[in-house]
Design a protein around this ligand. Structure first.
Ligand code: DAK
Length: 257
């Protein structure tokens, strides 16, 4: 891996992925995205890992897709590169992913953060979809996820003007979970991941799927999906362990089975 750093056991059952092209503000070139896809696939299959934190550095989570790499491309080049397959694969990660964002989260960087399940931001974080300024528009979910998160008016403004949103505003509008001082954002994300990692991995996977369904279906169908996953929890050892532990007044020991 050239452009990302992976620590599969940063904390107990928590993996950490760091985007690592600091000079280019972690611009997401094809190689970086491929490495990220492969790392997430591996961590998804690793039974020791129950949650993943994805971060950049203090100055930038990611300043977007690599404009220098994209500049000379034709539509057919883009089609053949099949970048959407990479993004789709990342989106399908079953384990919870928490983005720890500081500095710029722009364009594809903002879209990548929104693809994660939760976002912890430093007070210096700036979110934006500035593609309009370079003559294009968001292509990896920005118009959809941002709109669902912060509503049409604000999303439209960001997408049509390229205006950045501060971490404080992003928190107020529900785009992110919370803002913390810059020296704490990674620690806070790791702590949140550790908390998630203490739960039943089976239940976490089924619950993540169900929450995501809320964005893809009508209420009736979503409720139906939720019920099926709820029943499925009762097929796990973790359900028996979780409920026994409650009754016996002890901490549960979840095994992911
Ligand atoms: N791509 C390539 N290089 C970038 C970059 C980017 N997005 N952002 C920054 N850099 C590079 C700069 O060129 C500079 O490199 P050198 O000139 O030193 O070689 C270095 O990083 C430091 O940047 P600056 O010197 O510009 O630093 P400043 O502090 O002055 O400004 C900035 C920071 C973030 C405001 C500025 O760098 C900036 O505006 N960057 C571009 C932001 C942007 O427009 N982002 C959106 C890109 S379009 C798709 C999936 C996703 C996408 C498309 C397709 N498919 C699945 C098909 C996404 C598209 C986008 O994200």
């Amino acid at each position: 891996m050239e452009f990302i750093l992976v620590d599969p056991q940063a904390r107990q059952h928590v993996a950490l992925i760091r985007l690592n092209r600091p000079k280019e503000l972690n611009a997401l070139n094809l190689q970086l995205m491929g490495e990220l896809r492969d790392a997430l696939r591996q961590l998804d299959e690793d039974e020791q890992v129950r949650a993943v934190v994805l971060t950049g550095n203090e100055r930038a989570f990611a300043a977007g897709a690599d404009i220098k790499q994209m500049a000379g491309k034709t539509a057919i080049d883009m089609l053949l590169a099949d970048q959407f397959a990479t993004w789709d694969q990342i989106r399908k990660t079953r384990k919870p992913i928490i983005a720890a964002v500081s500095g710029f989260a722009l364009g594809g960087g903002c879209e990548l953060a929104m693809t994660c399940d939760m976002i912890i931001a430093s007070e210096t974080a700036l979110f934006g979809q500035p593609e309009i300024k370079i003559g294009v528009m968001p292509g990896a979910g920005g118009t959809q996820r941002l709109t669902r998160a912060i509503g049409k008016a604000k999303a439209m403004e960001m997408v049509l003007t390229g205006r950045f949103m501060t971490a404080a505003e992003a928190e107020k509008r529900g785009l992110i979970n919370r803002v913390v001082p810059v020296e704490l954002y990674l620690e806070e994300a790791l702590k949140l991941a550790e908390e998630v990692a203490q739960m039943s991995p089976v239940a976490a996977r089924l619950a993540k799927e169900a929450v995501n369904r809320a964005f893809e279906t009508q209420l009736d169908e979503g409720l139906h999906f939720e019920r099926k996953n709820f029943y499925l929890c009762f097929a796990s050892d973790d359900q028996a362990e979780g409920m026994s532990a409650f009754i016996e007044k002890r901490k549960p020991r979840f095994k992911g089975r």
